[in-house]
Design a protein around this ligand. Structure first.
Ligand code: PNW
Length: 505
């Protein structure tokens, strides 16, 4: 060792000894933990026992080549038959609740209430009863992307009458399950349903109508959400005493240069146009002002006679205001943003209406999904943003997770959970954010939409080559269990555990 190396070593040792360790924060006693899945991604049994066809059944069957591995959710994890095993995994994890979704076309094969499929009702009754028997609360999402195909044949979500059908469906759910389900999420991720489904054609039903389809679809869904909330309030709340929320996803849009004012404005506009778009109506009754202005200006410049953004009537605004008991937040990643040049982007489009460019810093570490970079501090910034913009509402993190190719010893996923959950702790203890709970996506490996089975998000491995769809614990399930039971992040905890012998990657 030469003198220079010695000095460097000495300096590093000093830094190690002198740097304060991060404070050892604990989760509040009433903070709840869960794990999530969605019907189409796990259930399988796509046409069993009277289930009707959904847009994902139709889409994957008609265009297998559009899914990365030409796969579909016909069998998926076979949770329709193996739900009891899923509940045992949840029990071993030590979670307080399970966030699952209900397949509309399993309950109402045509989407409408003239035909109720009792076998579908039985399946969800069995799942709910099994959860409760094991001390796990059911948190049910009414709609996680699998629209009955029959309703798509009538035009799908851009058609306002879909809100009527949804409210009818929601009533069936309250009537059948509301005695035991006390936490409901009406919709999962409006932006994915509407922009991917009806503007960009990236998700079923693959409709391409940028700058219009996504706005019309969102308008229907917000009305459906609000009317469902009001129906519960008048017809069910007194007897059932449950809570209604919604799961809205967003990345955190960090200003490219945090000190530069135009980048701060770009961040603000991007958040309003991609998060406020959904949250402002249910908190304050209308779309954000900046969104109303921008879409109108662009629409007129493009030769439209009126704004492409639909309007809520004053009565609808009143109806929508305050329609949530908790705000569900799906969050995975972040980007850095700045204003696009004047006139950039294909028009019309939501992207051009937003007028902001985003990119992910090449220094951020990645995952199996091109869009998912690991940026734990982004979650804290996002939680502070929500606190400041919406009067510190109760936030339930309804999804957060990491993708890889399916390894057992999933250190990257375990560390992702540690790092992101520590930022949740900081948001609670340092920023006084009202975060009430956290949900890991996902309980088990499953059908990852257009990526098929090529990207895995599970705390548990599922062997998709085995007709039995055997499940096994990954390292991350032990780490998540450790956080839940010790109620803090133990940076040194990694388990020795009986690793399965079969090869999985
Ligand atoms: C969620 N993004 O979607 C969905 O709710 C799940 O069904 C899905 O499996 C999970 O994330 C993982 O993809 C998102 O690009 C997909 O920011 C992409 C983004 C956000 C949410």
């Amino acid at each position: 060792m030469n003198i220079l190396q010695f000095l460097l070593l000495a300096q590093n040792l000093c830094v190690l000894v002198l740097a304060d360790p991060p404070p050892d924060y604990y989760f509040p006693d009433d903070f709840i933990f869960g794990a999530a899945t969605a019907a189409y991604q796990v259930e399988g049994a796509w046409n069993e026992d009277g289930k009707g066809e959904s847009i994902w059944d139709r889409g994957t069957h008609e265009h297998p080549d559009w899914v990365a591995d030409n796969s579909n959710g016909d069998i998926a994890c076979d949770s329709y038959h193996k739900y009891k095993e899923d509940v045992q995994l949840l029990k071993d994890l030590g979670v307080d609740f399970y966030r699952f979704s209900i397949s509309w076309s399993r309950v109402l094969p045509t989407g409408k209430i003239d035909q109720i499929n009792q076998a579908g009702i039985d399946y969800y009754n069995n799942l709910i009863d099994e959860l409760l028997a094991n001390g796990i609360q059911p948190y049910a999402t009414m709609y996680h992307w699998d629209l009955p195909q029959a309703l798509q044949d009538e035009g799908g979500w851009p058609e306002r009458k879909l809100a009527d059908y949804f409210v009818d469906y929601a009533r069936v759910l309250f009537e059948n399950f509301g005695d035991r389900v006390k936490h409901w999420m009406t919709f999962n991720e409006i932006v994915q349903i509407c922009e991917a489904g009806y503007s960009d054609g990236a998700f079923a039903p693959y409709v391409v109508n940028p700058g219009i389809g996504g706005y019309e679809c969102t308008h229907t869904i917000l009305l459906a959400h609000g009317r469902t909330y009001r129906m519960y309030e008048t017809d069910f709340k007194a007897q059932q005493n449950g809570q209604i929320g919604i799961a809205i996803d967003t990345s955190w849009h960090e200003p490219n240069f945090p000190d530069r004012e135009t980048d701060q404005q770009a961040s603000e506009v991007d958040m309003e146009m991609n998060y406020g778009w959904f949250v402002n109506p249910i908190v304050n009754g209308n779309y954000p002002d900046v969104m109303i202005e921008r879409v109108k200006t662009n629409s007129l410049a493009e030769g439209f006679s009126a704004s492409r953004l639909p309007e809520f009537t004053p009565d609808e605004q009143e109806m929508l205001k305050g329609t949530f008991e908790f705000l569900g937040l799906n969050h995975y990643t972040s980007d850095k943003v700045y204003f696009a040049e004047e006139g950039a982007g294909d028009r019309p489009s939501h992207w051009a209406d937003t007028g902001v460019v985003g990119y992910q810093d090449p220094s951020w570490s990645g995952s199996a999904s091109y869009w998912l970079k690991v940026v734990p501090w982004g979650l804290r910034n996002l939680l502070v943003y929500i606190k400041n913009h919406y009067d510190n509402p109760p936030v339930l993190i309804t999804e957060n997770g990491f993708s890889d190719y399916g390894q057992w010893d999933d250190y990257d996923r375990a560390n992702y959970f540690k790092d992101y959950l520590y930022e949740v702790l900081r948001a609670i203890h340092e920023e006084e954010c009202n975060v009430i709970g956290y949900t890991a996506w996902s309980l088990i490996d499953n059908f990852e939409w257009m990526a098929g089975y090529t990207q895995k998000f599970g705390l548990h491995y599922v062997n998709f080559w085995d007709p039995e769809r055997t499940r096994n614990k990954k390292l991350s399930s032990y780490v998540y269990n450790n956080i839940i039971t010790t109620r803090h992040v133990d940076w040194d905890y990694y388990p020795d555990w009986p690793q399965p012998t079969e090869s999985n990657v």
